[in-house]
Design a protein around this ligand. Structure first.
Ligand SMILES: [Zn+2]
Ligand SMILES: [Zn+2]
Length: 259
């Protein structure tokens, strides 16, 4: 096994992705309560006592809610950049151990090689990740307002991709959110729409990409069926037939993916 991936939660109420290699087990973001993440990890066949660390993408509550609790309870190092660390609400810290990474600088953690790259989002120093083991590459890219050239470059040679497909533009425009929030979500430092996600998936698709997991769907301005039908249509129109597309959920754990 190179990499095993499972989304434990995805959406504006909390995000958490469990990634295991042969020797290393990590969580990317812990946006639910510690009890709920523990419950979902066990449901997925994991054990929080066997984790090696938590990696943080940015300081928004839906990504960091229980990072301090999980770190202290299970004695886990937290891998985070300076900007995100400095912007955390005080209640989140301290951590059992803090390991600082630099955005744009590749680092090793256990047998994983991790490339954190900058994404445009309204946070201090938000990042996406390429997580690599033995030339198998997983791309994780949620919470971004637009796909920059840098983002496209990083995501272009992945075997699996977890990609934000946050909102349907019409549902957002005609939905109940106040105008300022609509502008924030659809802006360059907000969240990717379904169409933006499809364009980014098309730009970064390669023949080694086997799994596409669509993530961080808005519960108010999107629906899994809209995303599924958009991507199903694209799969038929493009040469994506072998690509498995899954839409992740806020309330239930996703299927395990092994690369
Ligand atoms: Zn988020
Ligand atoms: Zn965010």
């Amino acid at each position: 096994m190179a990499l095993r991936i499972q989304v434990l939660a995805s959406g504006s109420k909390g995000n958490c992705i469990w990634v295991c290699s042969t020797k290393t087990r990590i969580l990317i973001d812990t946006g639910l309560s510690g009890a709920e993440i523990t419950r979902r990890l066990k449901q997925a066949g994991g054990d929080p006592a066997m984790l090696d660390g938590i990696i943080v993408s940015h300081e928004h509550r839906d990504h960091v809610n229980s990072v301090g609790i999980m770190s202290r309870r299970y004695d886990l190092p937290v891998l985070i950049n300076e900007g995100t660390l400095g912007s955390l609400p005080p209640r989140i810290t301290p951590f059992a151990e803090t390991l600082i990474f630099k955005t744009g600088t590749t680092f090793k953690f256990g047998d994983l090689t991790i490339h954190p790259f900058s994404v445009p989002h309204d946070a201090s120093d938000p990042v996406g990740f390429i997580i690599e083991e033995n030339h198998t590459r997983l791309g994780i890219c949620t919470d971004l307002g637009m796909a920059t050239k840098l983002v496209v470059n990083y995501l272009s040679s992945c075997n699996a991709l977890i990609l934000e497909s946050n909102h349907d533009p019409d549902l957002l425009l005609n939905g109940p959110y106040p105008w300022d929030l609509k502008k924030r979500i659809s802006g360059k430092h907000g969240h990717l729409s379904n169409i933006d996600a499809l364009k980014l998936a098309a730009l970064t698709y390669n023949q080694n990409m086997k799994h596409l997991i669509l993530a961080h769907l808005s519960e108010t301005n999107n629906h899994p069926e809209i995303v599924e039908s958009l991507f199903d249509k694209a799969r038929l129109e493009n040469e994506w037939f072998t690509l498995k597309v899954e839409v992740s959920s806020q309330d239930t754990i996703g299927s395990p993916v092994t690369l």
